[in-house]
Design a binder for this molecule. Sequence first.
Ligand code: FAD
Length: 295
Amino acid sequence: MNADVVIIGCGPAGLQAGIHSSRKKAGTVILGKIRDSALYGAHVENYFGIPEKTNGPELLKNGLDMALSFGCRHMDKDVTAASKDGDGFRITIESGEEIICKAVVIATGISRMRLDIPGEKEFLGRGVSYCAECDCNFYKGLGVAVIGGGSKAAVAAELMTRYASAVYWVSDGISADGTLADKAAEAGAEIVAGKPKEIRGGGNVASLLLEGGREIDLDGVFIELGGRSSSDLAMDLDVMPETDDSIKVNERCETSAAGVFACGDVTGEPWQLAKAVGQGAVAGLNAAGRAKGMK
Ligand SMILES: Cc1cc2nc3c(=O)[nH]c(=O)nc-3n(C[C@H](O)[C@H](O)[C@H](O)COP(=O)(O)OP(=O)(O)OC[C@H]3O[C@@H](n4cnc5c(N)ncnc54)[C@H](O)[C@@H]3O)c2cc1C
């Protein structure tokens, strides 16, 4: 199969790239699975123009329907390999099929690091969150734990003191920048030395059990262990990820390799919907422009 633009990733960044690329009349294929987007498990209340708390799956489905209505093609398949092919690219998907294209947009998001303990998966969206910045407002006046020893956890713990009635910063070793750690502690986060063993509850999270037996009653658990980008495919396309695994882009969302664009969480923090969508628009427009021989 041939296409002008192939977009790897079916989250908000990839879908917005698809909308803008196909509206420029570039033949556009979006690859990837909606249910694997970070947004799929999210409730959003900080996105421009949507005042009510909106669920991620609904936003994603509407975004995909829009992309399709403008002529995008979507294949619910993961990409297994990518390489240069003359002036263009050869993209291989899990079925073995290949797509030859003129421009590629990498919109593969990040993989958030998990605790891998009982209750983590079961209570996702019902008290378990990986993003204090996103979900802080849902825990006004409630008790929460922030898990992780790094700077990201310190920032989350400090932030949550402005919303929650009690913040337990749980870590088996704090490695956060000293100033950030001090700020969290001064703001009132209680440092708890320990390792989480299980997240417990009924309909929603009710407590966190630590190794050693201590059980803390609370309403929310923020897992703030950081994330890795899903940038493996970038190297196949001659783009070297940064040391934190993100992909560096310029203001046109161009990477260091001609014809390869990137957008969304994969380009680094902030990991937020608004940024993913904004970069998606830029990447889609410029990828289509290149593919159609326009500037
Ligand atoms: C629990 C939670 C709550 C959140 N709440 C908010 C919020 O309230 N407000 C906010 O602004 N942000 C929130 N976020 C962050 C927001 O969801 C992300 O910033 C946004 O989804 C990033 O979009 P993206 O398209 O870059 O990546 P993603 O949405 O993660 O999409 C990446 C896509 O790439 C695909 N992919 C990866 N590898 C491949 C491959 N090899 N082949 C094909 N496809 C591939 C995946 O399947 C997925 O479809 C939240 C995130 C989480 C986890």
